[in-house]
Design a protein around this ligand. Sequence first.
Ligand code: ADP
Length: 208
Amino acid sequence: VSSIATLGQMYKDGLLKAAAKENVKRSVNKALLERVSLFRGDIVKLEVDSIVNAANKSLLGGGGVDGAIHAAAGPKLVAECRQLNGCETGQSKITRGYNLPSAHVIHTVGPVYGLPDIETKAAQLSSCYKTSLQLAVENSLKHIAFPCISTGIYGYPIEDATHIALKTVRDFIESEEGSKLERVIFVIWTPRDKGVYETLLPEYFPPA
Ligand code: ADP
């Protein structure tokens, strides 16, 4: 009799434990989901602590989102960038935002996509997201808004790039280091990118 009672108790304990685990998982997912958002529009309009610029190694401005950010920030941005002596692929540097509504710009240099060595490109793209997130935390910034790094002129396929972006952000905001970041915004510029993000976001940030 006693062994049946013990088994019954163990079964109940097991169920309780599983339910508790499920609740913890749900609350973690909910909390994570509340810390990311999609914004469809021009990154230069965002009034946040920091926006990320998909820059080139010179950090002196270029086309695409880089051109838009420099145009909106005004000439003081390029003047500060000149002091930084460029930036390596996969690395990031921070400046003020000047005439932008965003207080800071985090300049990151994405890889130019192409063969050979796709794995290196993937690691560099992930590093762009990670080093930008780290800079935000080091500077006590609460928000960071990312464009789709490398997926324009640099030619990174949007699906692959989005998996890397979402995985890197998720890993970071779940970590102790990233716990102080309140919000990460993925900025979508083209209708094609919107569809990709809407499909993949729930894979990495499932609704509770
Ligand atoms: P890269 O050289 O890293 O590919 P691009 O500027 O060409 O950089 O493109 C990066 C991404 O930024 C692309 O998805 C592009 O559609 C997007 N983009 C371009 N202009 C803007 C803007 N004003 N706001 C937000 N995203 C933008």
